[in-house]
Design a protein around this ligand. Structure first.
Ligand code: PRP
Ligand code: URA
Length: 209
């Protein structure tokens, strides 16, 4: 059964309200998406395993802690997921980055695959799939299926805004994947946009509309 965590950190909530505003331009939007991704990464990695390590400070020897679990990878769903990558790499600089290209067909709203390039050892890593928006869930469900087909077992999914419909579909189709959500919105409209949402995340990040 998926663990679904909706972020309650005040900084995350504040920054999400900022990027929802229609008058925020691409430059600010991009910068704050990166900040939100970094804060969400911090919250979503609370359970990473640690091991004792002996170190020597300029003063004396001591036993400190360092990460002991699997190495990590970040996999953004193109395009909009790219906006979250730098924020996460600021927190986990050693993570490798894969890319999955999917777009929603404007008529059927079904995801269409156009790209997949993953780190060679992805199946040995803890993988964070990232996309600012979880709407119908079609894109994220398909991206995670692509990863599983390549043998990846440890997968977490992180999004900034989710619709209940997407959460339901993700938890039904991938019950083994934990979800980290910045804000859970109300519903989808007829064009399958999240309401109230923030509009088209890719267009707002890249200034394409
Ligand atoms: C957006 C968003 C997600 C997807 C969510 O991408 O970034 O990938 O839609 O919708 P879903 O949950 O209903 O699949 P879009 O297809 O607009 O592509 P883009 O990032 O290239 O703009
Ligand atoms: N994709 C977006 O970018 N925004 C939505 O609200 C839904 C899908």
């Amino acid at each position: 059964m998926s663990n679904v965590q909706v972020m309650d950190h005040p900084l995350i909530q504040h920054k999400i309200s900022y990027i929802r505003r229609e008058d925020v331009g691409s430059r600010d939007f991009r910068a704050v998406v990166g900040e939100i991704a970094a804060l969400m990464c911090y919250e979503a990695t609370r359970d990473l395993k640690l091991k004792d390590v002996k170190i020597k400070t300029p003063i004396c020897e001591m036993t400190g802690k360092e990460l002991s679990g699997k190495k990590m990878a970040v996999v953004p769903i193109l395009r909009a997921g790219i906006g979250m990558v730098d924020g996460i790499l600021n927190m986990i600089p050693a993570a490798k980055v894969g890319h999955i290209g999917l777009y929603r067909d404007p008529q059927t709203f079904e995801p269409v695959e156009y790209y997949c390039k993953l780190p060679a050892d992805c199946d040995e890593r803890e993988v964070f799939v990232v996309d600012p928006m979880l709407a119908t869930g079609g894109s994220s469900v398909a991206a995670i299926r692509m990863l599983k087909d390549k043998g990846v077992k440890n997968i977490r999914f992180m999004c900034i805004i989710a619709a209940p419909e997407g959460v339901e579909r993700m938890t039904r189709e991938h019950p083994d994947v934990d979800l980290y959500i910045g804000a859970l919105d109300d519903h989808l409209n007829e064009q399958k946009y999240i309401v109230p949402g923030l509009g088209d995340a890719g267009d707002r990040i890249f200034g394409t509309k």
